[in-house]
Design a protein around this ligand. Structure first.
Ligand code: IFM
Length: 447
């Protein structure tokens, strides 16, 4: 079912699956410190069912079985994240030896199975002790993050095939500090503006540190959504333009051009940190690749109920296309257009699709999960990748989100993104039809 499309990628194209620590690991009694997601989830109304990552997929204990699934699926690489509070329970200072040993086992397990380790340093589980000091609102996070990067570099650096600093800085900054949907749940423009710059400063500082420790193949993973106006009104056109700046152009402009977009800078002028411009050389520290996470498009109009609109007072307009369990429209050409735009307007660097996939209300029936819609989603998005490559985009790899059903943040366990179904009571893994389609397609490619 995926064979005909997978066959059309060059032989050296890399296929992988992606996960993130808090979403799958569990195993929080090994000396790991608390993270902002633990307390955010414990606070009523933040997460569906007040669910948290205490057990999740118990990957902390079941990782050999999960790596076996990656290997038998025929994937080349595994994109995983380190949990900062597992390695450094207070965010800095004392190291948790058990945490260090866990990632030794995990990485060595990948290498033994011929799977390339593609690591992300930060996928949203900030140590609570650093949040107490202001977290991403505090400029000092650049040096805390850099020290953490140094620990990872010194201990694991020579075993990592590829390293990303931060996953989806838009989510870390805007979703979490202006929209209040993710931890730490702020709804404040000044908090958001500071986080928008400090994520990028921390990224650039960590890149310098990793490189000085001899770690190569460094990138940043950003999420993108084509921003379209929800109706023809000039206000909606303006809302979509601003959203495009906030979501797509801010991080991309910063990292590839050393410049944030003028329209967003003006809108945020009162809230950005003083002299942020002086940091732009660090923000745009040269990279080896860019990571693109893509799921859907956004359609926006300006909230007319708001008398003094600020950034974030845009309202999602929905759309006519088929939607996933998240309510996200399925829009494969948006992936092609995003890849083309990045290559045309911003950077000639190699690009990886570091996440792409869809949630559905999957059920195991007689041992099988017939997720045909997900198979079609992958096929259409892979075709969009091929179109972008035919138009000259240096796309080098594609990672399916996600290996396992997992903790979908504010949605708890209610949304299933995995190509492998997880029964959270028994922890039984059941490969879905989409997993089997990847397996058949990747094995046919190898001949
Ligand atoms: O589950 C998330 C992941 O952690 C980051 N990218 C988007 C996914 C789906 O929402």
């Amino acid at each position: 079912m995926l064979t005909s499309v997978l066959d059309r990628f060059p032989a050296d194209f890399e296929f992988g699956v992606a996960t993130a620590a808090y979403q799958i690991e569990g195993g929080q009694t090994d000396g790991r410190g608390p993270s902002i997601w633990d307390s955010f989830a414990a606070t009523g109304r933040n997460v569906v069912g007040k669910e948290d990552g205490r057990i999740a997929c118990d990957h902390y204990n079941r990782w050999p079985q999960d790596l076996d699934l990656i290997r038998s699926g025929g994937f080349d690489a595994y994109r995983f994240s380190f949990a900062w509070p597992r390695l450094l329970p207070d965010g800095k200072g004392a190291i948790n030896a058990k945490g260090l040993a866990f990632y030794d086992r995990l990485i060595d397990g990948m290498l033994e199975r011929g799977i390339k380790p593609n690591a992300t340093l930060y996928h949203w589980d900030l140590p609570s002790a650093l949040q107490d000091k202001g977290g991403w609102m505090n400029r000092d996070i650049a040096s805390w993050f850099s020290d953490y990067a140094q620990l990872v570099a010194n201990h694991y650096g020579d075993r990592l095939a590829q390293v990303a600093t931060i996953n989806e800085p838009w989510c870390v900054a805007f979703l979490s500090h202006r929209l209040g949907i993710h931890a730490p749940g702020y709804r404040d423009l000044r908090a958001a503006a500071r986080a928008m710059h400090h994520t990028m400063l921390a990224h650039g500082t960590a890149v310098q540190t990793l490189r000085s420790c001899g770690v190569g193949n460094l990138g940043l993973v950003m999420n993108f959504e084509p921003a379209e106006a929800g109706d023809q009104s000039p206000e909606s056109q303006q809302a979509a333009q601003l959203w495009d700046g906030l979501y797509n152009r801010w991080y991309l402009g910063g990292v590839t051009q050393g410049r944030y977009p003028e329209d967003v800078c003006q809108a945020l002028q009162a809230y950005l940190p003083e002299n942020y411009q002086d940091d732009m050389a660090v923000v745009s520290e040269p990279l080896d690749w860019l990571g693109v996470n893509y799921y859907t498009r956004g359609r926006w109009y300006q909230d007319r109920q708001v008398s003094a609109p600020d950034l974030g007072d845009v309202v999602a307009a929905g759309g006519p296309l088929a939607k996933t369990q998240m309510g996200w429209e399925i829009f494969p050409q948006g992936l092609r257009d995003t890849l083309l735009r990045i290559h045309r307007d911003y950077s000639k660097l190699p690009i990886y699709v570091t996440e792409n996939g869809m949630a559905w209300d999957d059920h195991v029936v007689d041992g099988a999960v017939h997720d045909d819609l997900r198979c079609a989603y992958f096929r259409e998005h892979l075709s969009a990748c091929l179109e972008a490559m035919a138009a000259g985009v240096p796309l080098k790899g594609y990672y399916a989100w996600s290996l396992l059903d997992n903790y979908e943040w504010a949605e708890g366990y209610s949304k299933r993104f995995g190509i492998v179904h997880v029964d959270y009571d028994s922890q039984v893994r059941s490969p879905k039809k989409s997993y089997l389609a990847w397996q058949a397609g990747l094995s046919a490619r190898r001949g």
